[in-house]
Design a protein around this ligand. Structure first.
Ligand code: G3I
Ligand code: 9MR
Ligand code: ZN
Length: 542
C-alpha cells in the first residue's frame, strides 16, 4: 500500500546554494523545465534520469539535474506530462539565512522559567512557567530551585542527557562555523559582543548547574509525575516538579558538556568558564567513585520520558575527552585511552549513543599530548563512517543515508546527525562528495522527500502545521511556533493515531502531520540542534 505524493515533483522548498548540485525528485520520467517565478520564463530544460524503486518510500523515483541553473532568483519546476508544478524555491549564494535564524530562535521558544515577550516571541508570547521549587525524589523534604533551561520537546520535561546533546551541537556549530553567527538572532540578551548562540546555550547551562547534587552526581531529569494534558499552556502546568534520581549517563553528559563549555566561554567570560570547569571536575569525581552503570528507570509513580540507557561507557568517554581537551590533565588522557578500548560506537551522536562527541573533541583538540595512534585510529574510523553514509546515500531514492529500517522515532534527527558527521568528515578530508551528500540530507528535511513536506515549521510552502507541541496545541494561534524540526517518519507506529492511520505504509511514509502523533510529529531541542549545526555550514562567510 502506498500513498501518493502531494506533487510528483519534490524540491528543497527553501532553496539551493548557487553552484551546488541541484536535483529535484520526480515520480515520472521525462522532460522538465525550471521556470522563473516572477517572469514565467523557462530558464532550463532537462531530462530526468531513469526511474528506480525507492525502497524506503515504496515510490518509483528519478532525479532531475538542474545544477546548470546558476541564476539567483525564485523558481519552480514543471514536468512536460503534468500540469502540477513543484513548490517554489530560491537559488541564492546563501539560501538558508532565515532558516538558520529560525532554528536558533526555536531554542528561545523552548525556554522555561522566563516570560517570552511579544518583542521577541511575536504572537507566541507567554508568561513565565515552571517557577516553583522541585522535590528531590529520594528525599521529599528537600526542595530546590529548578527554574530555567529549555523544555525538552512537546512536553515540558527537562532532561539532562538530551539537553547536553543539544548544547553540544550548538557549541560545536559555533566552534566550527563562528562566522555563521555574526548576525544577531535577536534574543533578550543580544549585546553584539557575545554571539547569540552562546547566550542561548547559557540559558540551558545555568539550569544544568541546578541539576548537580553536591556529591557531583547529576539528577537525570526534572519533570512532573505525568505528562500534562495536551491543551496545557506552559504557565498553566502547575503540578509538582520532581528531581528524578541521579544516573551515571546524566552525570557523564553533564561533565562532558560543562568541560566543553569551559573552553568555548573562556574568551568571553572567564568566571563562567571556571564555574563550568569546576562543575565538570566535580562530576568526573563522582563517576570515578561510582564505576558501575547507574542506569535510569522511571520510578513507579513517574511516567514522563525516561531516556533510559543501560550503557554509560559512551557518556564517560565523552566526559574524559572533553575534560582532557579543557584541562590537558594526563589523568583524563589515561581515562579516555582506557575507555576507548571498550567496544562501543565511537561516532554516535544520539542521546543513547553519544560517544561521537568525545571522538570529535579529541580530533579537534590541538593538545600536544595527543596520542598519535589513537588520533589516526579515530580519523580512519571517521572516514569509514562517512564512506558508509555516502554509500547509503547513493543507493537511496532521495539521497539520504537512512536504510529502510532506520526510520525510527526521531528519524529526522538521524538524518541531521548523519549530515553532521558527513560535514565533519568533509572538514578533515576535503572530499566534496561528503559535503554534497550532507546537502542532500538538507534537501530531504526541507521537502525533497516522498511526503513533499518541509519538516521545519514555518519554513517552506508545504510545511508541518500540527506538531505535537503543547504550546502550539494550547494557544489559539493558527500557525505553529516557527523553526521547529518535527521528528519525522517512524515505522515503529508508537502512538495510537500512527497505528490507526499508517498501518502497512512503507517506512518513509509513516508520518502524520497531526498533533496527537507524538511518535512521528513531536518536536525536540535535540532534533533542532543537529539541523542548526548542519545549516551553519552553508551560512558561514567564506
Ligand atoms: O534504536 C532502536 C533500533 O535499533 C530499532 O531498530 C528500532 C525499532 O523500533 O528502535 C530503536 O529504538 C527506538 C529509540 O527511540 C531510538 O532512539 C525505540 O524503539 C523508541 O521507543 C525510542 O523512542 C524514544 C522515545 O522518547 C520513547 O522512549 C525516542 O528516541 C526519544 O527521542 C523520545 O523522547 C521523548 C521523551 O521521552 C519525552 N519528551 C519528548 C521526547 C521526544 O519524543
Ligand atoms: O506528550 C508526550 C510526549 O511528549 C512524549 O514524547 C510521548 C511518549 O512518551 O508521550 C506523550 O504523552 C502521551 C502519553 O505518552 C500517553 N497518553 C497521551 C499523551 C499525550 O498524547
Ligand atoms: Zn516551563
Amino acid at each position: 500500500m502506498t500513498r501518493s505524493t502531494m506533487r510528483g515533483i519534490t524540491v528543497n522548498q527553501i532553496g539551493y546554494p548557487l553552484y551546488s548540485n541541484k536535483h529535484a525528485v520526480f515520480t515520472k520520467e521525462g522532460t522538465f523545465q525550471v521556470i522563473e517565478e516572477g517572469s514565467g520564463e523557462i530558464v532550463f530544460t532537462g531530462q530526468t534520469g531513469p526511474l528506480k524503486n525507492d525502497d524506503a518510500s515504496g515510490h518509483m523515483v528519478a532525479f532531475g539535474d538542474f545544477s546548470a541553473v546558476n541564476d539567483v532568483g525564485r523558481f519552480y519546476i514543471r514536468h512536460e506530462m503534468d500540469s502540477v508544478t513543484s513548490a517554489t524555491f530560491s537559488i541564492l549564494q546563501r539560501p538558508y539565512t532565515e532558516l538558520h535564524h529560525g532554528l536558533l530562535k526555536a531554542f528561545y521558544y523552548f525556554r522555561c522559567g522566563q516570560e517570552l515577550t511579544p518583542e521577541f516571541a511575536g504572537p507566541w508570547h507567554h508568561s513565565a512557567c515552571h517557577l516553583a521549587k522541585g522535590f528531590v525524589y529520594d528525599n521529599h523534604k528537600q526542595l530546590l530551585d529548578c527554574s530555567g533551561g529549555w523544555h525538552d520537546a512537546g512536553d515540558y520535561g527537562k532532561y539532562v542527557v538530551p539537553g547536553a546533546k543539544a548544547v553540544a551541537d550548538l557549541l560545536l556549530a559555533y566552534e566550527l562555523y563562528p562566522s555563521a553567527f555574526n548576525r544577531p538572532t535577536p534574543i533578550p540578551e543580544t549585546d553584539g559582543i557575545i554571539p547569540d548562540v552562546l547566550h542561548e546555550c547559557r540559558w540551558e547551562l545555568d539550569w544544568m548547574f541546578k541539576m548537580q547534587d553536591p556529591s557531583g552526581g547529576v539528577f537525570h531529569k526534572l519533570t512532573t509525575h505525568q505528562f500534562p494534558p495536551l491543551s496545557t499552556l506552559p504557565e498553566h502546568d502547575l503540578e509538582p516538579l520532581v528531581f528524578s534520581p541521579i544516573s551515571s549517563t546524566a552525570t557523564g553528559c553533564f561533565a562532558a558538556v560543562m568541560a566543553k563549555a569551559a573552553r568555548i566561554y573562556q574568551p568571553f567570560d572567564a568566571d563562567f568558564a571556571h564555574k563550568c570547569k569546576q562543575a565538570a571536575v566535580l562530576s568526573w569525581g563522582w563517576l570515578v567513585n561510582n564505576p558501575d552503570v547507574i542506569a535510569f528507570h522511571n520510578p513507579p509513580d513517574i511516567a514522563t520520558g525516561d531516556y533510559s540507557d543501560q550503557q554509560d561507557i559512551d557518556d564517560r568517554y565523552w566526559a574524559a575527552c572533553e575534560l582532557y581537551g579543557t584541562t590537558h590533565d594526563p589523568i583524563y588522557h589515561h581515562a579516555l585511552l582506557t575507555i576507548h578500548k571498550e567496544p562501543f560506537h565511537k561516532f554516535g551522536l544520539c542521546w543513547s549513543n553519544i560517544g561521537g562527541y568525545g571522538s570529535l573533541a579529541y580530533l579537534l583538540s590541538n593538545s600536544t599530548q595527543t596520542d598519535l595512534e589513537l588520533y589516526e585510529q579515530l580519523l580512519s574510523d571517521l572516514r569509514k563512517e562517512a564512506d558508509y553514509m555516502l554509500w547509503k546515500s547513493t543507493t537511496d531514492g532521495h539521497g539520504i543515508s537512512l536504510l529502510k529500517d532506520e526510520y525510527i522515532w526521531g528519524s529526522n534527527k538521524v538524518v541531521m546527525n548523519n549530515a553532521m558527521l558527513l560535514l565533519i568528515a568533509y572538514r578533515f578530508f576535503k572530499d566534496k562528495r561528503y559535503e554534497a551528500a550532507a546537502l542532500n540530507h538538507v534537501h530531504y528535511l526541507l521537502g525533497r522527500n516522498s511526503l513533499d513536506l518541509s519538516f521545519v515549521t514555518g519554513f517552506g510552502d508545504h510545511s508541518v502545521q500540527h506538531p505535537h507541541y503543547r504550546p502550539s496545541i494550547a494557544d489559539d494561534i493558527n500557525s505553529p511556533v516557527p523553526g521547529l524540526v518535527s521528528g519525522g517518519p517512524n515505522a515503529g507506529l508508537h502512538d495510537d493515531i500512527s497505528k490507526k492511520r499508517l498501518q502497512g505504509l512503507p517506512p518513509a511514509q509513516c508520518f502524520i502531520d497531526h498533533e496527537d502523533s507524538y511518535a512521528t510529529n513531536e518536536v525536540a531541542v535535540y532534533w533542532n540542534s543537529p539541523a542548526l549545526f548542519v545549516l551553519s555550514h552553508w551560512e558561514q562567510q567564506q
